[in-house]
Design a protein around this ligand. Structure first.
Ligand code: HAM
Length: 416
């Protein structure tokens, strides 16, 4: 029996890598004073039908529940976020800055960087229309990746503005009900054949392709990049009007993060969605909002392909896994004394392991080495003294067992 296609088993190494990613995400989101929250894994299918756009609807894991409700496993967090904000915004001061780490489900064709489940970090800001919020959000996105050891040589944030395109379409007298379709074609530019793009754009093909190949000018985007430059983050970003994002709700600045080599799918993406909360609350609550999500799958690939980031992760995982003390039970008559001591040590938060059943002393020392223990404590002929061995320096000494805790505390105060 295997896991379903596109679903992962997280064996200990994979789980350690996942925890490493989550820990960096939490650490940096907290540095920017975002508060953690979460929503349900299952939502009414309508929530996504109304708000996410055609591409995601095709990818829903949806079914009818036992109460005849049409439900879907969440493919993304933004519609849930907008629903929750519309219901609770009065309880929180603005601008509200929230983050969330959770699992999402999309029935996509399984390929490199795309699975049927993945984890995302979502970071969103509500209640601030000024460009300062977009700059802050982008700085957070960049700093999240820097926390993995990535530099401007490893990734780039491509920034664009949907307003640039809606202004363009207005100028060309394209009716607003066609804008979404045109934006979808631009989003797929480069992924679909040129012929198909031209066919779908019709009379707009020439002017749109001209902008896509020559780039566009936008005073707002220049100010945004200046803001990041002022923070020393200018090297991480580039203006690229080809980015419009596939999701339907974006209204302003949008961005996607890619590896510099351009060999992977997007690591993260997001932007402004100033109308979504209003739409979801039928006009009751109107608030500007912006955010992005970073996925664990592509990020994990980028970490593994980037030697300095991979070494950093492996070192962190090795340190995290190390145990403090391995108890070597050399004489089975001492097992009860050892277990009483182990209980006490664990109560004091030491990470302690020992053989559950009788085992040769040499194998126990090997187990201590394998676990990366700092100390081995030997319960044997020396009782009521213990042999204490520092596994790094190989130094050994005998101490009375009742002095063990005082000895360990003295040692840790010397080392810290
Ligand atoms: P998204 O671009 O659909 O945005 O997804 C964000 C990130 O999630 C992607 O860049 C990618 O790393 C990861 N991701 C998405 N689908 C998959 C998949 N099938 N397998 C692996 N990784 C995947 C959103 O979801 C927006 N709701 C983000 C947002 C938050 N906008 C505003 N706030």
């Amino acid at each position: 029996m295997q896991a379903l296609p596109g679903f992962r088993d997280f064996l200990p190494d994979a789980c350690a890598a996942r925890n490493y990613i989550f820990a960096r995400w939490r650490e940096v989101a907290r540095r920017y004073c975002f508060m953690e929250w979460d929503g349900p894994l299952l939502e009414p299918t309508d929530l996504y039908k109304k708000k996410s756009g055609a591409e995601i609807i095709d990818q829903l894991f949806n079914f009818t529940d036992k109460g005849e409700r049409e439900v879907a496993m969440r493919p993304e967090l933004t519609p849930t976020f907008a629903r929750v904000i519309a219901a609770h915004e009065r309880e929180f001061k603005k601008p509200l800055k929230w983050f969330s780490i959770g699992q999402f489900f999309r029935y996509e064709k399984q390929q490199r960087g795309r699975l049927r489940e993945h984890f995302q970090l979502n970071c969103d800001i509500v209640g601030e229309a000024a460009l300062a919020a977009d700059i802050e959000l982008l700085a957070l996105c960049i700093d999240l990746l820097r926390a993995f050891g990535f530099t401007e040589k490893d990734f780039v944030v491509r920034i664009s503005d949907r307003e640039f395109w809606t202004d363009f379409l207005r100028e060309k007298d394209v009716p607003p009900d066609r804008w979404d379709d045109v934006l979808q074609v631009i989003d797929k530019f480069g992924r679909e054949s040129r012929e198909k793009t031209i066919e779908k754009l019709g009379e707009l093909a020439d002017p749109v392709l001209k902008v896509l190949s020559e780039g566009g000018k936008s005073e707002k985007l220049d100010r945004l990049v200046d803001g990041l430059r002022g923070r020393g983050l200018g090297e991480f970003v580039t203006i690229d009007v080809r980015i419009v994002r596939g999701l339907a709700y974006y209204t302003g600045i949008v961005f996607e993060v890619f590896d510099r080599a351009g060999s992977l799918r997007a690591v993260a993406g997001g932007g402004r969605y100033d109308n979504l909360i209003q739409q979801l609350s039928d006009g009751a609550v109107s608030m500007p909002a912006l955010g992005f999500a970073m996925g664990d799958v592509v990020l994990g690939e980028l970490v593994n392909e980037t030697p300095h980031a991979r070494d950093r992760m492996q070192q962190a995982i090795a340190t995290e896994r190390k145990i403090d003390i391995y108890i070597v039970i050399a004489k089975e008559e001492r097992r009860a004394d050892a277990l009483a001591q182990i209980q006490q040590l664990r109560d004091l938060s030491y990470r302690v392991d020992y053989p559950l059943t009788p085992m040769k002393v040499a194998r126990q020392f090997q187990a201590a080495e394998d676990a990366g223990a700092s100390l081995a404590l030997l319960y044997g002929d020396e009782w009521p003294k213990l042999k204490i061995k520092n596994l790094a320096t190989r130094e050994e000494r005998l101490i009375a067992h009742e002095e063990l805790l005082a000895h360990l505390q003295a040692q840790s105060s010397v080392s810290s």
